[in-house]
Design a protein around this ligand. Structure first.
Ligand code: PLP
Length: 355
């Protein structure tokens, strides 16, 4: 409850519902808006499988979309095009990739929010990377219909395992609160149980076991106090990389479209160009031998067996994601990473790239 109040305050949302993962939050969000068989949900191919699997939990179909080359994100144009091509699109799930808010409020032809409204499709934010993050001063969590945060161990704030769903919609919040704990309706329980009877309750649906344990919420309450400090330390890391890698012509740095202090800086992805003297896999190996751990966010979903086979996907439909996939790797970024350590990372990176 306390953690829910703090997250509601931070995101400017009316309701916050604590759950045991972001995956659970996404599942509950789609369930609450009534996604079911025959429905389609637009999602970026550039994401973690959780974003797509929840659509399948409900028997609906994810429509994977290509992303923008600079931000790795969906854009208003990509979404509008897909909404014109497909019918029965019940919802769109936008991922605030790497901690940078997707263009929900603004974009060349109107923001994603406006386009989803115009086409009558729900807008759900997969905000697993984006606490805290903002677009034009507005916090992620108060832009779409529902936003889902992750408190998994490697995210910007952790409760060990955990997640949070936020919304301004009272019907969604009510349904989520019932479905996160076995479909037990506490209002009906309060209304119909005889005075003094505390043990009686009603079950109105086959709900889930998605509640956040108190012990995890306690960890979250300690973490949230340090959230902005940790974010600003990651901003220091990102600014160091942006400054010291900008002259390396054989790689692309991420496009930053928000103010630096509005970015959660969860990831720092770089993209090697074809002209680089080593390829991505080789570079990961060389850096690993230098004791520098990198990772990949993401191998796009259209390259994963399940989605590619089930939906007969052709990589040619995703030119931007394919180009990103060939060259991308994520550099270390976390609040305790020192400038001395980053100097070493940059030196080794320059060396391997022939500078
Ligand atoms: C981590 C992550 C999730 C899932 O979060 P959990 O809390 O582990 O369920 C969903 N989407 C994205 C983009 C993520 O990075």
């Amino acid at each position: 409850m306390q953690l829910e109040n703090k997250i509601a305050e931070l995101t400017g949302a009316r309701y916050a519902c604590a759950v045991n993962s972001c995956t659970a939050a996404l599942h509950l969000a789609l369930e609450a808006i009534g996604v079911g068989p025959g429905d389609k949900v637009l999602i970026p191919t550039w994401t973690f499988t959780a974003t797509a699997e929840v659509v399948r939990y409900l028997g609906a179909d994810p429509i994977l979309l290509d992303v923008d080359r600079g931000t790795f994100s969906l854009t208003p144009e990509i979404i509008e095009q897909a909404l014109l091509e497909h019918s029965n699109v019940k919802a769109t799930i936008v991922v605030h990739f790497g901690g940078q808010a997707a263009p929900i409020l603004e974009g060349a032809s109107g923001g994603i929010g406006e386009i989803c409204k115009r086409h009558g499709t729900w807008l759900i934010e997969d905000a697993a990377h984006a606490l805290p993050a903002y677009e034009n001063g507005i916090p992620v969590g108060s832009m779409g219909d529902v936003a889902c945060f992750s408190f998994y161990a490697n995210k910007t704030m952790t409760t060990g395992e955990g997640g949070m769903l936020v919304t301004d919609n009272p019907d969604i919040a009510k349904r989520v609160r019932i479905m996160r704990l076995h479909g037990i309706d506490r209002d009906i329980w309060a209304r119909y149980s005889s005075p003094g009877v505390k043990w009686e309750y009603d079950v109105i649906a086959p709900g889930f076991k998605y509640n956040m344990p108190d012990i995890n919420a306690a960890i979250g309450l300690a973490q949230i106090e340090r959230l902005e400090t940790m974010r600003s330390e990651r901003q220091r890391c990102a600014e160091y990389y942006l400054q010291h890698l900008s002259e390396l012509e054989c790689l692309d740095l991420p496009t930053i479209r928000v103010k630096p202090e509005e970015h959660a800086w969860h990831l720092f992805p770089i993209v090697l160009k074809e002209s680089a003297p080593v390829n991505r896999n080789k570079l990961i190996e060389l850096l690993a031998a230098d004791n520098i751990g990198t990772s990949i966010h993401y191998k796009p979903l259209h390259r994963m067996t399940y989605y590619s086979e089930r939906y007969a996907l052709n990589p040619g439909e995703f030119p931007n994601a394919e180009a990103l996939w060939k060259g991308c790797l994520s550099l270390p970024i976390y609040s305790l990473l020192s400038n001395t350590e980053m100097e070493y990372i940059v030196t080794r990176l320059r060396f391997h790239l022939g500078y």
